[in-house]
Design a protein around this ligand. Sequence first.
Ligand SMILES: [Zn+2]
Length: 679
Amino acid sequence: MSYFLCNFAFATMINKETIDKIMDATQIVDVVGEFVSLKQRGTNHIGCCPFHNEKTPSFYVSPSKGIYKCFGCGEAGNAVGFLMKHEHYTYPEALRYLAKKYNIEIEEEEQSDEEKARQSERDALFHVTEFAQKYFAELLYEDDLGRAIGLSYFHGRGLSDEVIKKFGLGYCMDEWSNFTDHARKSGYSDTVLEKTGLTIFKEDGKSYDRFRGRVMFPIFSVSGRVLGFSGRVLSKEKQAAKYVNSPDSDIYLKGNILYGLYQAKNAIVRADKCYLVEGNVDVISMHQSGVENTVASCGTALTSPQIRLIKRYTNNITVLYDGDSAGIKATLKAVNLILAEGMHVRTVLFPDEEDPDSYAQKYGSTQLQEYLASHEENFLLYRMRLVSEEVKRDPIRKVELEKEIINTIALVPDTLERNEYVKQCAHLFGTTEESLMRVLNRTVSNNVQKAWKEAEQSARQQHTEGDEPVAEPQAEEPQPDNEQFAAPIEDKLSQCEAQEMKIVSLLVNSGAKEIQQPYKDENDNPAVYEFRVAELIVSELNADKLHFDNALYQQIFDLYDHCVAEGTPLPDANYFAQCQDIVMRNKALSLMIDPYKISDLWEKKGIYVTKPENRLFEDVKESIYNFKSKKLRLRMEEIDRKLKQESSAEEQLMLIAEKCELKKIQVKIEHDILNRVIV
Ligand SMILES: [Zn+2]
């Protein structure tokens, strides 16, 4: 049956026993926690989703089930799926990562030529960037010219060998195709050399090294893979750009990458703060001075995706730049983006002509750390002070500058904090709080409306893309039907939503649970009937040939139906977590992690609610009954409406006959639910 195709084919390279070992050892909270700051809540851990932009956490990780689920954007999966999505690993790569993390030796099976050939293109890109990084780093120490030119440059900038190695720095020879020739000899294709931008191909067929004659700064992913490079020119040639970066590719998107984050992430979590500097050398120099929680955006103005990368580890960003820098305007833009992400921004202003690197070189690490600690101030207050001084010099710009500040204040999510800024602002500008407040409120309300519109639009898009309906799984109990508020019958999807969801929720959460039901056999002797929840649901629904309106629920039901019929193991959390049908995976997992689980709240208060197994049986029976009776009623209503319309006598008779049939079933199920012990 086709549903089984949705599982990943297990990679033939790593044998099954090893995969099992890895899966057994994997703790999802450890794995996700490397990339997302998680807090325990009840039996789950929660954090801000790394896959979409959010201010309040809706990303849930269930250690017991080994899965994660975001109730904001719908992403869900297990540890392997998380790594594949987040780190862009292939399945075997994710397994290798976990094996390394948990010290599991990988036993491999022979890889065929065909399998080798099938290695993804992304893989090939990663391989060549890793190869290039090693080559450039080797030249720096092993080659005479590399030492004389590259290494002496880094040493000249005060970088120690230790930190040079930590950041994997290197040198690309000042020859046309030294690297390209070497890469080709080692078997790398022109295609990957071109795609990663390491080699530039001219139309006349000539090719040369993009980074020739430059010192190399490799750019790592959060997990330490080489994504691309930034190369700094050493020659005095005027026309050469000071820095050249890898072009965007399948693995390198400059707006989504922060320089130094791989080396900085643990320090950021420890300090609960991230320093943002302008250049690569600033980052390295800060690290060398013991301020390891430092990153830089690589060759771009700071982007929202970059800010969200930082937000995974902390809510506090401190921007470091030199006061007279032309980058102030860019910094202001960046600050607005940071505030809009609901984060706190501070700044440290360096003395004239100094930047983090030069300051560290001149005064040493202790002084630098002290300077940072004592000169940090709230960015908005700092900016207001600066602007008010400007207004004193140039009163004509007052209105314009006031507006600029208010626009920034409006981005602060916290109301009390906003009001505090308005107070300060009124004081500095010599304006009344009330008038500023009016402007602020208008701006805030415009922002909110804009955000609403955007959210609505993206929700609509999601819906039309066939994603799950908006209804989320708080409905533990079936919703009471309310005739008065029944939706028009055309809207079939929502009509039985609650009842259908309840059935599917029972399947995915308790399908394999055994229920023991005592009964009297034909000789009136007591006996026990044993069955699994899924068996009961499947046989009940099939008996009345009932279907789900929601195609996704039907698909999940069919899966269980098939397993029950074939006697194969029922799908569990792991099965759905690995399911390649994203819509099905997300739906099933969202039914498994319930963020509103009442029992969690109770447990937090030290009250333990235990659900006896026979309560489960009652629950299943009730749910089937609710589902069936709702279905019947809907169909009967439809018939009534059709009967009122003009139709042939023959059609009318058929409808009446069907209605009688349905009535009989209704009586039967009402009777069954009251009397039946078992099907
Ligand atoms: Zn999300």
